[in-house]
Design a protein around this ligand. Structure first.
Ligand code: BV8
Length: 229
């Protein structure tokens, strides 16, 4: 029984037309992380942060999952149908919904989801809708305490206990389209090298490539379908 854990980053969604963070036209080239991707930034200017994420939300209807997302979804479906004896779990740093729209079900969003909000009063995570503003009352408790359901810097990523269990149980760890800069995700590979094979699929060699046994360079829409074939 093979247990594959796949960590995806912004690079897997790049060919669908969503910007990465640190590439040539990366999101962080246009905005300061401190202003957008921290709780302090949200406290300072919630409207500016909402506007940033509404800009990303507005892109989602116009983009589609790409061949890399679909290849991972087919791998999961093949396991469900017993075509191979194993299971695949996707841990994504991404906040888009492209894995789900490609048909993947075993998806863990460790940095939250663009299409959800978080009530800082009752911790409910209602779906976002177009006329949500910082003072929109929470549909569960009525308090005007909604924020993007996104894990910002300095905040604990979601589902870390579940993630730790999957990392401990995996025998193959695959990272796709991530620069390996942001922790704790960037540290996952070191935590599995004693019991799992490791592969990185990326456009370029990342800062800390050493922990990966195999590095396959190229666009994910070519390399991932080739790998899963
Ligand atoms: C936390 C929100 C602790 C969503 C993001 C050591 C240990 C633990 C923490 C730290 C540590 N050192 C420092 C920290 C703090 C910090 C951190 O890591 N800082 C970095 C900058 C050093 N980490 C945190 O604060 C984390 N929290 O540790 O909490 C704690 C403990 C107790 C109590 C409370 C707290 C929280 C981190 C999450 C921050 N949120 N985003 C959003 O806005 O989208 S991070 C952001 O970066 C996104 O989530 C993004 O996914 C993530 C990683 O970026 P990548 O996905 O890798 O994207 P990037 O553009 O960088 O790279 C894309 C890659 O794809 C490139 O390599 C490119 O070559 C490749 N590519 C491009 N196109 C393609 C391609 N590959 C293939 N095909 C293509 N076509």
């Amino acid at each position: 029984m093979q247990h594959i854990v796949v960590l995806t980053g912004a690079g897997i969604s790049q060919e669908s037309g969503l910007q990465t963070f640190r590439g040539a036209d990366g999101l962080w080239n246009h905005e300061r992380i401190e202003d957008i991707c921290t709780p302090e930034g949200f406290r300072r200017d919630p409207l500016r942060v909402d506007c940033f994420y509404n800009g990303l939300r507005a892109q989602l209807p116009g983009v589609q999952p790409n061949a890399a997302h679909h290849a991972l979804a087919r791998l999961e479906q093949a396991a469900r149908q017993g075509q191979w004896l194993g299971e695949i779990t996707i841990i994504t740093q991404n906040i888009d919904d492209l894995h789900e729209r490609a048909g993947s079900h075993n998806v863990i969003h460790m940095h939250g989801e663009l299409l959800r909000l978080l009530c800082t009063h009752c911790r409910a995570t209602p779906h976002w809708h177009t006329d949500c503003y910082p003072d929109t009352p929470c549909p569960h408790c009525g308090q005007p305490a909604l924020r993007p359901d996104i894990v910002w810097f300095g905040e604990m990523p979601y589902h870390m206990d579940t993630i730790a269990r999957h990392l401990a149980a995996c025998d193959l760890f695959v990272a796709i389209g991530t620069s390996g800069i942001v922790y704790p995700a960037a540290g996952f590979v070191e935590s599995v090298t004693d019991h799992a094979d490791t592969m990185l699929f990326n456009l370029e060699v990342p800062q800390e490539p050493s922990a990966f046994e195999q590095i396959i360079l190229g666009p994910a829409t070519r390399t991932i379908p080739n790998w899963t074939r």
